[in-house]
Design a protein around this ligand. Structure first.
Ligand code: C6P
Length: 430
């Protein structure tokens, strides 16, 4: 096999596939994830924490392994074969990500370390350059800390006002209150497309339209949507979209910032150094073109190539099918968990407006105790505030338990979760 043929296999072209509109073939998918065959405490692992970070298929592992074995050299620097091959694959990964989210061009995809870094980049570069004392930033009560703290810091530093769209008792954004929260001083609106705690799917379009009508720019945090459903930046008309590779079958250390070209071009760099300049003299630097202006230093190009393979994998499954699968498993989990005495679902109970995240509390059982007891049965869930403490304050809860699903989860894993919950209740005499 030539290197190029190996590459074609590794890049996922020979991986899982799905006829358009067909349901996911989960058994076949699971065969691509070696880790799912592992045992934990003598039990076959039931991995229900993909909202924190997903598992990786062999196609992604092979794509990265292949670069290290066959085409590894620093990108954008060498004029020799390895460097040119690595650069071509890095550029190809950028183009795949652009296509995946419907971006008009690959240059509008900036690779970052993760969604958190992308949001910090926006706060530093866009926020510090374009916002003035007295301006307002509008976020929501359900944001992850990554879409909360950078704006709190910026607001304190620059004399800005941070405002919040409240949530309804059902756990949706209260859009009745949007118009009163949007004022002529609102310059930036930033919100999660899907909540990592409530699972709530927010239709971004009405918020974006109303924000644009008063001249504000809009950031969509796609960390919990881009991995799980079709996301199209053109249809949304958002100004920026951020997400992380590690939640969508890709490796850690690679994230994405999409931006409208004119905004990216107008923004100053975030980090400075090599690669992000076009020239440096003793009198000062000149910035490189976007997106390289925002990618200082040697980028995580092997990870970007891994993300490209993850995008191939998801594309082959079809994002409609991914969403349909998660809707089905979420509906089943909502139903089964609600039947457990003392269990309360946190967030919307309608799977149509809920991503593949089911958060709950169990009467007189601390979520951490529950998660530890479930682990004895090989069931991995997350417990805590899920980096959304303000939301938990608003809900009057210190911690919650969360099961989250992805392409490799099966309905019977929800049964395993329920069985383990009953065992935990019995062990705690609840
Ligand atoms: N949520 C969870 O278990 P990073 O850490 O940068 O890859 O992603 C940050 C982030 C931003 N927005 C949302 C909506 C998120 O859910 C996350 C990450 C994980 O819920 C880890 S705390």
């Amino acid at each position: 096999m030539t290197n190029d043929e190996r590459w074609a296999v590794a890049a996922g072209r020979a991986g899982a596939f799905n006829a358009k509109g067909a349901p996911l073939d989960v058994r076949r998918i699971r065969a691509d994830f070696p880790i799912l065959a592992q045992s934990v405490n003598g039990k076959r692992v039931v991995f229900l924490d993909s909202a924190a970070s997903s598992q990786k298929p062999i196609q992604v592992l092979q794509a990265m392994d292949e670069v290290y074995r066959c085409a590894y050299a620093n990108v954008h620097r060498g004029v020799y074969a390895f460097s040119e091959a690595a650069t071509a694959r890095y550029d190809e990964a950028r183009a795949k990500v652009a296509r995946f989210i419907g971006a008009p061009s690959a240059e509008q995809i900036v690779f970052t370390r993760n969604a958190t870094e992308a949001l910090n980049l926006l706060a530093y570069s866009y926020g510090r350059h374009f916002l003035r004392p007295g301006d307002e930033i509008l976020i929501t009560e359900l944001e992850h800390h990554a879409n909360f703290v950078p704006w709190q810091v910026l607001a304190q530093e620059r004399g800005l006002t941070l405002k919040f769209i409240p949530i309804t008792p059902e756990g949706q954004l209260d859009l009745q209150r949007l118009d009163e929260r949007l004022t002529p001083r609102t310059k930036l609106v930033s919100f999660a497309h899907v909540s990592n705690v409530l699972g709530t799917i927010t239709d971004p379009r009405p918020i974006i339209q109303r924000a644009h009508a008063i001249g504000a720019k809009v950031i969509v945090d796609g960390s919990q949507s881009a991995p799980h459903m079709p996301v199209n930046v053109g249809a949304m008309d958002c100004d920026f979209l951020v997400f992380s590779g590690h939640k969508m079958l890709g490796p850690t250390g690679i994230g994405v910032l999409y931006g409208k070209r004119e905004l990216l071009e107008a923004m100053p760099p975030f980090l400075t150094g090599g690669d992000m300049i076009s020239a440096v003299g003793f009198d000062g630097p000149r910035w490189n073109e976007v997106p390289l202006k925002f990618e200082a230093g040697t980028p995580a190009f092997v990870e970007a190539i891994g993300l490209g393979a993850a995008v191939d994998y998801l594309d082959a499954l079809g994002m409609e099918a991914v969403r349909a699968h998660e809707r089905e498993i979420t509906a089943y989990a909502l139903e089964r968990i609600s039947e457990v005495p003392g269990a309360k679902i946190v967030g919307p109970t309608d799977p149509e407006i809920r991503g593949g995240v089911v958060t709950f509390t169990l009467d007189r059982v601390h979520p951490h105790d529950l998660a530890s007891l479930l682990d004895r049965d090989g069931v991995a869930i997350r417990a805590g505030h899920h980096c959304a403490q303000p939301l938990h304050i608003r809900l009057g809860l210190s911690a919650t338990a969360r099961a989250s699903f992805y392409v490799y989860n099966e309905l019977h894993e929800v049964d395993a979760l329920i069985e383990a919950i009953y065992k935990a209740k019995a062990a705690l005499k609840r």
